[in-house]
Design a protein around this ligand. Structure first.
Ligand code: BG6
Length: 494
């Protein structure tokens, strides 16, 4: 999606609950400033932040200036940020105190009277346990009621719930306060250009779709490798773990896009329906096809880093997994018997997110003389950080004999389009301001995600891991994850 061709968003006030947290300074505010610099924000756009920390608008603006200096590097974006800061307002208060919402309402009315919009976007960047309280307080303060000339939308960060039961409960609860069309459930991977490009790549290129099935594809691998550890998010992560934090959302979203059937249009309804179908045909997860791991001490870029159990707010005997590898199968006509391997981990050797489609190898009878074997064609979709796509194939090495080698054709976003894709939050916020649900999950999708991982969550909760930590920081994860593929005659291609 080329937002550089887009129009400024609809006017609105963005209300961020938990504005003093990490998400705003690292991702949300920089993304908003990227949008503003690209002329994609309405000129009346402004932000009202609500947090428990004891700032006032002036002191919070001072803090924001420091954050901008730390997290925004592009000079033009920085310049935009400095002007936008004057349109950021802060309300200090507890999320469960009705006074907070009274103050918020007064501020919103004052802003609306001064030409700002009556359209309101409530962003829940607060810890998940506050969602229920904030939604009910907003409703009691009559802040969620839409009228003909104004919208009221809520944006919910992941994780949406903690398991299947709580996700269902949360969906039900929210639908008691707002209509489904007012809810935007975020998975920021869906905002990434490279993830959106999966639809363009698959459904606009006649070359690949005919071979995108069990007759030609040998296996598909989705890897999200992170170098970072849990940083300061220990208390959140101790309740989550990699299965909840990454697999139940980002990895399953990529799986659904790579495996879905062509939708009849790019409407949010049709695309979401096809993606949901993929998750509903995943065979029940077999715990024998799942590997969990936790990082111990190790080295990243030659520097010693602590193991997970030594991170802040993490228990010294924590059973929480920081690594997951899974093999799963889809019970449908297109994909029956094709293994999908998914893995993600923190403190791995490299930051790299890739989808790999390995095709079946052609007959090699003609090339028995070659010292190298005929290799399978591999399509690599580089999601980040070096965004692009490559296709590897066999080629004859120049010379008098028929010797083969594997070569690669590569497309890089930065070479071709001259820009590097952004974080994903830009698109997510822009689409939300404009009311398009294509890049957001509906209730069914999040429930399908949880339903899929629930058996494994239960198994892992019941049996404590005996061997944690089982991989060193800076490595490629536990050996068992390699064995998982070795048994099938495969290996991780990343
Ligand atoms: C978040 C997870 O959703 O995604 C984090 O909570 C993870 O633990 C992050 O680090 C990864 O996002 P990205 O865009 O850096 O791949």
């Amino acid at each position: 999606m080329d937002r550089s061709l887009g129009k400024p968003s609809n006017p609105c006030i963005l209300v961020i609950f938990g504005i003093a947290g990490d998400l705003t300074k690292r991702l949300l505010f920089p993304a908003i400033c990227n949008l503003g610099t690209s002329h994609l924000l309405n000129e009346n756009f402004c932000i009202v932040g609500v947090s428990q920390e004891a700032f006032n608008t002036d002191t919070f603006r001072q803090q924001l200036i420091e954050d901008v200096n730390s997290f925004i590097t592009d000079p033009s974006v920085k310049q935009y940020a400095m002007t936008l800061i004057n349109r950021v307002y802060y309300i200090s208060g507890s999320f469960d105190d009705a006074h907070t919402y009274k103050n918020l309402k007064n501020k919103l009315e004052e802003l609306a009277a001064n030409n700002s919009s009556k359209n309101l976007l409530f962003y829940f960047a607060s810890p998940p346990q506050f969602i229920e309280t904030i939604a009910s307080q907003l409703s009691h303060a009559s802040l969620l009621h839409e009228s003909k000339d104004s919208f009221k939308r809520i944006i919910i960060e992941k994780p949406f719930g903690h398991d299947l039961t709580s996700a269902k409960k949360l969906n039900k609860l929210l639908l008691g306060y707002v209509k489904e069309k007012q809810i935007f459930r975020i998975d920021h991977y869906l905002g990434k250009e490279t993830v959106q490009n999966l639809l363009a790549f698959r459904f606009s290129n006649g070359l690949f779709e005919p071979v995108w099935n069990r007759f030609y594809v040998d296996n598909i691998q989705i890897s999200v490798a992170e170098v970072l550890g849990v940083e300061l998010r220990g208390s959140y992560y101790e309740r989550a773990g990699a299965l909840r934090d990454m697999v139940t959302n980002h990895l399953l979203q990529m799986l659904s896009l790579i495996a879905m059937e062509p939708p009849s249009s790019f409407s949010a309804k049709n695309v979401r329906a096809e993606k949901s179908k993929v998750l509903s045909v995943v065979q029940k997860l077999n715990p024998d096809f799942a590997v969990r791991g936790q990082y111990g001490p190790g080295k990243i870029d030659g520097i010693a880093v602590p193991g997970y159990r030594f991170e802040k707010n993490v228990a010294a005997d924590s059973p929480i997994e920081t690594y997951v590898a899974l093999k799963l199968f889809l019970n449908n006509w297109r994909w029956l018997h094709v293994p999908f391997y998914l893995r993600t981990g923190k403190r791995l050797a490299l930051r790299q997110t890739e989808i790999i489609v390995q095709f079946k190898t052609g007959p090699s009878t003609l090339f028995s003389e070659s010292s190298k074997k005929v290799m399978p064609n591999i399509l690599r979709i580089f999601i980040q950080p070096d965004e692009g796509i490559s296709l590897s194939f066999n080629a004859k090495i120049p010379g008098p004999t028929m010797q083969l080698d594997q070569v690669e054709m590569k497309f890089k976003y930065s070479d071709y389009f001259g820009i590097k894709p952004q974080t994903g939050y830009e698109t997510i916020l822009y689409e939300c301001m404009n009311g398009d649900h294509l890049l957001f999950n509906d209730a069914d999708m999040v429930e399908n995600e949880w339903a899929l991982v629930q058996p494994l969550l239960d198994t892992w909760a019941a049996v404590k891991p005996e061997n944690f930590p089982n991989y060193a920081a800076g490595s490629w994860g536990p050996k068992e994850a390699d064995d998982l593929l070795k048994k099938d005659g495969h290996k991780w291609q990343l």
